[in-house]
Each structure stands twice: as structure tokens, then as C-alpha cells.
Design a binder for this molecule. Structure first.
Ligand code: ATP
Ligand code: MG
Ligand code: MG
Ligand code: MG
Length: 430
């Protein structure tokens, strides 16, 4: 019977055939151990000279790395393997013999690995990261569906930008100008006024000229938007959501977290509620810590976020940033209009900001005033202002960066390994 490595537990003591690639092998005179991979997992195939034809045994000893083949054998329990099973091979059939594989077990530099990203994805580590990424996406959809949100897609080509214009990718749209989306948020507000609670999941593009371990040029965002919800209610959704995702990964990616040698005690404590500090308190905290490079009115840099995160053992919300340094649509705090009803969620262990969110301005007059201040007139923004004229309601939303979240949960140092084909300042290949 044909099966996959992920399904061998359904065929214990049965003979199965699996399509695989050879990941690695060891052999001695009478036995060959084949590390086999099919995408659904890794399994060891044991080829005993006595159990197969002479031809098959010779073949197994000479297999090159990444050769594709069909292996047939009996599934037996094996407590020593991470999977819990191994395959006692009775036959094998080569599909294609691989030529010399460039990624050998020796250490390679980052540039070399990035140039071979299309092959590097086959490694156990990259395999584990992609599986965790998938689980984060899967549990995200599960969480928001469970909470009654509707998944809505925002456009990627737009005539307007939610944030500044300097990091925008510009393109021609026939005779008009268009930009690649930096955030689906403005559209999600329109969707929330139609469907109540919505979320989008899509690619976003930022021509970030900075080279940091946290910034990609193309990355994916999850952007929920909720009608009839204020800032505080939105923070509760955020902490419940992030806890749900972390606990889902702990539950469903045990093998992968083991491969990545992730410190599970760091993840196990990620449960709502999360601590909150105000921006003003954060500035004071940093000054007390001896930072003299930041004042009230400045945005945080990576070292600041790391210092704040280190003072907490869970993700921490920094709330009430100065209106001046945040986006035009954020609602000012009625008790102190110099600050906005907004928050950044900072991940533990130095991974930085994973969520930015706020309550949005719902008052037509105030939004019209903001348009003047920010010179946002023109047809590209007309529709967004109009949303405040037809049954405007308090509403809030946030954006979670998928790759930042993958980096944090997997414990990977650099964001470039959290997306299949990263787009970086100097990289568009492969
Ligand atoms: P940062 O301060 O780290 O540059 P930001 O405040 O510019 O982030 P937002 O506009 O608030 O980011 O976007 C929402 C989320 O998207 C962020 O909290 C982060 O998780 C993620 N994000 C932003 N920029 C990038 C990027 N260049 N690469 C990967 N993820 C990003
Ligand atoms: Mg930024
Ligand atoms: Mg930020
Ligand atoms: Mg932000």
C-alpha cells in the first residue's frame, strides 16, 4: 500500500511503499541506514543485506543524497527515533539519481545558503520552521473562525498608502500610478463596517532600506478589524489570539520544536493576560536603565524594545504612544489627546514588535481635520473618509507580522529563514 511518512503510524507491522528523497545515509558491510524524507516527515529505512536482493543492497549503498525513490518495507515501532517508527526495507526503486548535491553536511556561509534557498528548504531545520509557520497560519484561521470573524482579502495594488510614502513600491497601473500594499488596514475598516468582525491575511511590501534581522521587503500580515470594539477590548482579542497560536504550536509541532531545540519553558508561559505599560512609563523605564538616546516623542529602536521585553516574561503591550509618531487614523485618547489609543505588542527574547494596533478615529469632523493636516485629499482617500458618514461606530484593529511571529516562536535568529523565499535589501534570487 502507498502511504506517506506522516501516516506510517496507521500501518504498523504492515508493508508499505513511500515516495521519498534520500536525505542522508550510513552503511557498513551488511546493513545500510537511509534517512528518508517526503515532506510529511523523516524516517529511517533499514536495508539489511539478508532481507533484500543483492541488486537492491548494492543500489542502497551507492545512493546519492537527494536521489528520489520508492521504498517498500515493513513499518516497525522504534522508540529511539523522533517519529517512533522505522522502515525495514524489502525493496527500492530509484526514480531519479541526484547529481552532486551542493549542500553537504559541512558548514556553509549564509550567502551560499541563501543562493541555494530552493534546495536549503529541504533541510531538517528549514523543514521544521516551515511546519511551524504553517501551524501559525492554520491556528490563526481556526481562532478567528471560532470567534466569528469573516476572512476578507484586501487588494495588493492600491492607489493609497496607509502609512508614510517613502517605503512604498511604486508601479504603473496603465495610465495611473499604483503602489504595492503596505497594509490592508484601510480596506479592512470598510469590510468591518460591512461584516462586523473581519480579518485579512496577505502579503505586504515595504521598501525598507534598513538591513536588520527583523525586516523583510515582502512579508505577510494578519489584520483583524472589529466594529463596536474599543482599544481595551482589542487588546484582549490580541492577547487571546497570540496565546492561542503559541499553545497550538506547542501542541501540534512537538517534533519540529525539538528539531529546532526551542526552549519550551519560554513558550509554555505565554498565556493571556499580557502586561501593559504606557509609552510614557516605557520612556521613564528606559531613562532609569541608563538609555540617554531616547526622549518623549521618539519611536523605539530595537535595543529599547529588547530592554522593555527583558523586564517582562510574557509579550508586553506598550500603549498610548504620542499621536505625532503614529498613523493619522489612530484615535486620540479623550483623557489626553496628545497620545493615541494604540499599542505595540513586543515579543519576549529580543524579537521586537510583533503587533501594531489601535482604535480608529470614527468621528467624521476629526478625520476630515486629519486629512487636511496630512494632505490626504484626492480620490484615493475619498472612500475612506466616507466610511465616517454612514453609521460610523467605534472600531479597532491590529496587524500581526507573520514572519516576526515565526522567528519568535521557533527561536530563529534572523527573519530571512522564516519565509520560503525571502526578499531582502540585496536579494531577489531565487
Ligand atoms: P517596526 O517598528 O519593527 O519597523 P512597524 O511599526 O513599521 O514595525 P507596522 O506598520 O506596525 O510595523 O506593521 C505591523 C506589523 O508588521 C509589525 O508589528 C511587525 O510585526 C510587522 N512588520 C513590519 N514591518 C516589517 C518588515 N519589514 N518585515 C517583517 N515584518 C514587519
Ligand atoms: Mg517599520
Ligand atoms: Mg514600530
Ligand atoms: Mg508598528
Amino acid at each position: 500500500m502507498k502511504t506517506t511518512i506522516g501516516n506510517v503510524h496507521k500501518h504498523v507491522n504492515e508493508t508499505v511503499t513511500i515516495g521519498v528523497w534520500l536525505h542522508n545515509k550510513r552503511s557498513s558491510g551488511k546493513i545500510a541506514f537511509l534517512q528518508l524524507r517526503d515532506g510529511s516527515g523523516f524516517i529511517q529505512g533499514v536495508v539489511a543485506k539478508a532481507a533484500v536482493s543483492e541488486e537492491a543492497f548494492e543500489l542502497s549503498k551507492n545512493l546519492t543524497q537527494e536521489t528520489s525513490l520508492y521504498v517498500t518495507g515493513e513499518v516497525v515501532e522504534d522508540a529511539r527515533s523522533p517519529l517512533g517508527y522505522e522502515l525495514q526495507v524489502s525493496d527500492l526503486e530509484v526514480i531519479q539519481e541526484a547529481v552532486d548535491y551542493p549542500i553537504t553536511p559541512k558548514e556553509h556561509g549564509t550567502e551560499f545558503l541563501m543562493d541555494h534557498r530552493h534546495l536549503w528548504l529541504r533541510s531538517t531545520k528549514q523543514h521544521a520552521i516551515m511546519k511551524v509557520r504553517n501551524e501559525i497560519i492554520r491556528s490563526t484561521f481556526e481562532f478567528f473562525n471560532k470567534e466569528g470573524f469573516v476572512k476578507i482579502d484586501a487588494p495588493i495594488l492600491t492607489g493609497a498608502s496607509a502609512e508614510g510614502t517613502t517605503e512604498l513600491f511604486h508601479t504603473k497601473y496603465f495610465d495611473e500610478d499604483a503602489y504595492l500594499s503596505q497594509s490592508g488596514q484601510l480596506y479592512m475598516e470598510a469590510a468591518a463596517m460591512a461584516l462586523g468582525r473581519v480579518f485579512s491575511f496577505g502579503p505586504t511590501f515595504r521598501a525598507e532600506k534598513s538591513k536588520t534581522r527583523r525586516h523583510l521587503i515582502e512579508f505577510w500580515m494578519i489584520e483583524p478589524e472589529m466594529a463596536f470594539m474599543d482599544h481595551e477590548e482589542s487588546l484582549q482579542v490580541q492577547e487571546e489570539y497570540v496565546s492561542y497560536v503559541v499553545q497550538s504550536v506547542l501542541e501540534n509541532c512537538k517534533v519540529e520544536l525539538g528539531t529546532l531545540e526551542r526552549d519550551l519553558t519560554q513558550l509554555e508561559k505565554i498565556k493571556a493576560p499580557f502586561p501593559r505599560i504606557t509609552y510614557t512609563e516605557a520612556i521613564q523605564f528606559l531613562k532609569d536603565q541608563g538609555f540617554d538616546d531616547i526622549d518623549w516623542g521618539d519611536d523605539f529602536g530595537a535595543p529599547h524594545e529588547t530592554a522593555i521585553a527583558e523586564a517582562h516574561d510574557k509579550p508586553v503591550f506598550i500603549t498610548h504612544f504620542p499621536v505625532e509618531i503614529k498613523a493619522f487614523y489612530m484615535k486620540p485618547d479623550p483623557d489626553n489627546p496628545d497620545v493615541a489609543l494604540c499599542a505595540d505588542l513586543i515579543a519576549p527574547e529580543g524579537y521586537g514588535e510583533i503587533i501594531g494596533g489601535s482604535e480608529r478615529i470614527d468621528d467624521y469632523e476629526l478625520m476630515a481635520e486629519r486629512y487636511k493636516e496630512h494632505e490626504l485629499d484626492g480620490p484615493a482617500y475619498e472612500w475612506y473618509l466616507q466610511l465616517r458618514q454612514y453609521g460610523s461606530v467605534p472600531h479597532s484593529g491590529f496587524g500581526l507580522g507573520l514572519e516576526r511571529t515565526v522567528a519568535w516562536i521557533t527561536g530563529i535568529e534572523h527573519i530571512r529563514e522564516t519565509i520560503p523565499f525571502p526578499r531582502l535589501l540585496n536579494r531577489l534570487y531565487p
